[in-house]
Design a protein around this ligand. Structure first.
Ligand code: SF4
Length: 235
């Protein structure tokens, strides 16, 4: 797991080498010497300079980007099949964001691991994802390949997300699109479509029944009554 905020994800009272060695001793049964050597190797793998010195430092001595590299080194320490990265670059500045995303991508290829990337940043999604699941109010409402979601989206919430993204040819004088209303209260979730109160295409059925999943291709699906009706009409 790679957490969102590298400033609070590490133990501030422990040296970095000790934090990573703990993982290696518990999960890979290494002794202290082996764990130290492996910690240095992992620091090198995530491009931390002077790893032999870094393992003796505390988190406060490192920048945000460097700390996120340490977190990534810990995340890959047990050769995971899946890494969950929860907004891994939100707390970092833009140039460091790009470096961290490049690193995660590089490790994914090298280790043949899968990444579940949770993010609000559609630019990052477009560049790094293979498959996308769009979530609203705790539910997946559309899924597909990058091409399908960005170019052939069929769900009004995905349309709103894409419309709110600035592009290079956007008119700089016009205001950015923003979706009105607020998400539903999940303590009292609506019976029908959770997006109903904010959807300009809402129909009667949307208030009464949760939309069923409609498969539009082997990889593309949506949960929206609009698409359901469309799919039925072309059957
Ligand atoms: S099911 Fe209805 S309310 Fe929900 S997104 Fe589709 S059209 Fe809008």
């Amino acid at each position: 797991m790679i957490f969102q905020d590298p400033m609070t994800s590490l133990n501030p009272t422990m040296k970095l080498g000790k934090q990573i060695s703990e993982v290696l001793k518990i999960h890979r049964n290494m002794n202290s010497k082996e764990a130290k050597e492996e910690a240095i190797r992992l620091f090198k793998a995530v491009h931390i300079t002077n790893p032999e010195q870094r393992i003796n430092q505390y988190p406060f001595e490192l920048s945000g980007g460097m700390r996120q590299r340490v977190i990534i080194a810990m995340a890959i320490a047990c050769n995971p099949k899946i890494i969950i990265a929860d907004e891994p670059t939100t707390a970092l500045d833009v140039t460091i964001q790009a470096q961290i995303m490049e690193l995660i991508h590089e490790l994914k290829e090298e280790m043949e691991t899968s990444i579940i990337l949770i993010t609000h940043d559609l630019g990052v999604v477009r560049e790094f994802a293979d498959r996308i699941n769009v979530m609203y109010a705790g539910k997946i409402i559309e899924g597909g390949t990058v091409e399908e979601v960005f170019k052939k989206s069929k769900h009004p919430y995905t349309w709103a997300l894409l419309k709110s993204m600035p592009t290079l040819d956007s008119d700089i004088k016009s205001e950015l699109y923003s979706l009105g209303g607020t998400p539903p209260d999940l303590l009292e979730p609506p019976i029908g479509c959770p997006f109903c109160a904010r959807c300009e295409y809402a129909m009667e059925i949307c208030k009464e029944k949760m939309p069923e999943r409609t498969d539009l291709s082997t990889t593309h699906f949506t949960c929206c009554w609009l698409t359901h009706e469309y799919a039925e009409s072309v059957e």
